[in-house]
Write a protein that binds this ligand. Structure first.
Ligand SMILES: *Cc1c(COP(=O)(O)O)cnc(C)c1O
Length: 421
C-alpha cells in the first residue's frame, strides 16, 4: 500500500497534488511519501521476531531525509561504502545499528567504520578478512564480523540482481565456510559474531529465501559444533515489490516473517535484515513532463524531460515501471500506444516500449511509479543533465530534500589545468 493516488482529479502524494509541486519545483523531480516509508518499515519490522535489527539498505535510497525518517522509527542501516556510512551517521542512525556489506571494502573504509564503532562487518572473502584484522590491530580494536556465505541458491530474479549463485562475485562459497571461519577464529583482531547471507533483489517467491536460510541455519549448528560463537544471523534484503498491477504480488512480509521464524527459531540468534526496495520503491515516484509527442514511421514516441540519467532501471535491468498521467484520466478513456523515452542520446533511454496510455500532449505531466528505490541513488549527470531533485511529502507539508543542481554546479566540478591553453 502507498499514499499516492488521485485526489480532486490529480495524482497526489499524501495531501499534496503533484501539479502544484511541479509548478514550484520544476520537472523532472522525485517525490517521496513519508507516510509510505513509515508504513512499509512498520509492516516489515512488525512481521519479524522482536529484537530483530532492520538495517535499511542505503544504496536503495540514500537521501538524508529518507534515512532520517527511518532513523526516527528505530531503523539501522546497511551500508556498502564509506560514503554511505557517513550519510547514515549524518542522518542520525547510531553506529550500533549499522552493518557494513560489500565485496570491496578498502582499508580506509574499514578504518572509518571501526572508528565509528559499527555493529558488524559482513566480510565477503578471506583476503578481506586479513585486511580487516590488520586495520583493527592498528587501531587496537576487535572487529565484529560475520562471513557472507554464498549458499548457491538461485533467487530466480533478474540475472543482474542475482547474488547467491556460485557464479557471482558475492560471498564465500558454502563449501569453504568452515575453513573460512577457522581462519577467522585464528585472527586476534576480528571477533566472529554470526553468519550473513543475501541472495539477490526483487525476489518474488519465498522458496529461494527458505532454501538459503535453511542452509544458513544448518551451517550455524555446524559452526557452533566447531566451537564458534554464532549469535547473529544477517539474512540480507531482497524481498520484492509489485511493480505491475496485473502480475502476482510478491510474498507479503507476514509470510516472510513466518518462514524466517520457522527456519531460524531453534537457534536463538539475533536476526538482522537489510531491506531496501521493500521499504522505498513504492514510496517514491518520478514526475516528468511530456516535451513532445513524436509520430515516427512505426511508432508514437512520448518524449519526456526525465531521462535514463535520472532513472536507469529500465535501461539496465529491463525493469518495468507503471507510468500514469498526473491528471486523472476519464474512466474508459481511449488509449494510445507509445514508446515512452527520455531526451538522452542513447537508444536505451527508453522507459517503456509499446505502452498503452490515455492520450497525452506536450506539457502534460506523467508519474513513473515505484521509483523510490534505485532511482535517485543511481542517477548521474550524463549528457550534462542535472539529476532530478528530490522532494519529501508529509501529509500536507513538503520540502525539497535535494535541490536541482545548476549548470554552474556541474561545471564547477571540473578543473582546468593551468598548463592548458
Ligand atoms: C542491495 C542489497 C540489499 C538490499 O536489497 P533489496 O533488494 O533492495 O532489499 C541488502 N543487502 C545487501 C548486501 C545488498 O547488496
Amino acid at each position: 500500500m502507498n499514499h499516492f493516488g488521485y485526489k480532486g482529479g490529480v495524482l497526489s502524494a499524501e495531501d499534496v497534488g503533484l501539479p502544484a509541486l511541479a509548478a514550484r519545483v520544476g520537472t523532472p523531480f522525485y517525490c517521496y511519501s513519508r507516510a509510505t516509508l513509515e508504513r512499509h518499515y512498520k509492516v516489515f519490522a512488525g512481521a519479524l521476531p522482536k529484537e530483530s535489527l532492520v538495517a535499511f539498505s542505503v544504496k536503495a535510497n540514500g537521501n538524508l531525509a529518507v534515512l532520517k525518517t527511518l532513523a526516527l522509527l528505530g531503523a539501522g542501516a546497511d551500508v556498502v561504502s564509506g560514503g554511505e556510512l557517513a550519510k547514515a551517521l549524518a542522518a542520525g542512525i547510531p553506529a550500533e545499528r549499522i552493518v557494513f556489506s560489500g565485496v570491496g571494502k578498502t582499508k580506509e573504509e574499514m578504518h572509518q567504520a571501526l572508528t565509528a564503532g559499527i555493529y558488524q562487518f559482513n566480510v565477503e572473502s578471506e583476503p578481506e578478512l586479513l585486511a580487516l584484522d590488520e586495520v583493527a590491530r592498528e587501531l587496537n580494536k576487535r572487529a565484529p564480523i560475520t562471513l557472507r556465505i554464498n549458499p548457491d541458491v538461485d533467487a530466480r530474479t533478474h540475472a543482474k540482481i542475482t547474488t547467491g549463485t556460485a557464479e557471482t562475485k558475492f560471498g564465500i562459497p558454502f563449501a569453504r565456510a568452515r575453513e573460512a571461519y577457522a581462519r577467522a577464529a585464528s585472527l586476534h583482531n576480528v571477533e566472529i559474531v554470526g553468519i550473513d547471507v543475501h541472495i539477490g533483489s526483487q525476489l518474488t517467491e519465498l522458496a529461494p529465501f527458505e532454501a538459503a536460510f535453511e542452509k544458513v541455519a544448518a551451517l550455524a549448528k555446524t559452526l557452533r559444533a566447531d566451537g564458534h560463537s554464532i549469535t547473529r544471523l544477517d539474512l540480507g534484503g531482497g524481498l520484492g515489490v509489485p511493480y505491475e498491477n496485473n502480475n502476482m504480488p510478491p510474498p507479503d512480509p507476514a509470510a516472510y516473517g513466518k518462514m524466517v521464524a520457522r527456519a531460524t527459531d531453534q537457534l536463538g540468534c539475533r536476526l538482522i535484515f537489510e531491506p531496501g526496495r521493500l521499504i522505498a520503491a513504492n514510496a517514491g515516484v518520478l514526475v516528468a513532463k511530456v516535451l513532445y509527442v513524436k509520430e515516427g514511421e512505426a511508432k508514437n514516441f512520448l518524449i519526456l524531460d526525465a531521462g535514463m540519467n535520472d532513472l536507469i532501471r529500465p535501461a539496465m535491468y529491463d525493469a518495468h515501471h507503471e507510468i500514469v498521467p498526473v491528471k486523472e484520466p476519464v474512466p474508459g478513456a481511449e488509449r494510445v500506444v507509445y514508446d515512452v523515452v527520455g531526451p538522452v542520446c542513447e537508444t536505451s533511454d527508453l522507459f517503456a516500449a509499446g505502452r498503452a496510455l490515455p492520450e497525452l500532449k506536450s506539457g502534460d505531466l506523467v508519474a513513473i511509479l515505484s521509483t523510490g528505490a534505485y532511482g535517485a541513488t543511481m542517477a548521474s549527470s550524463y549528457n550534462a543533465r542535472p539529476p532530478a531533485p528530490e522532494v519529501l511529502v508529509s501529509a500536507a507539508e513538503w520540502a525539497i530534500v535535494r535541490p536541482r543542481l545548476r549548470h554552474d554546479d556541474l561545471i564547477g566540478q571540473d578543473r582546468l589545468p593551468d598548463w592548458l591553453g
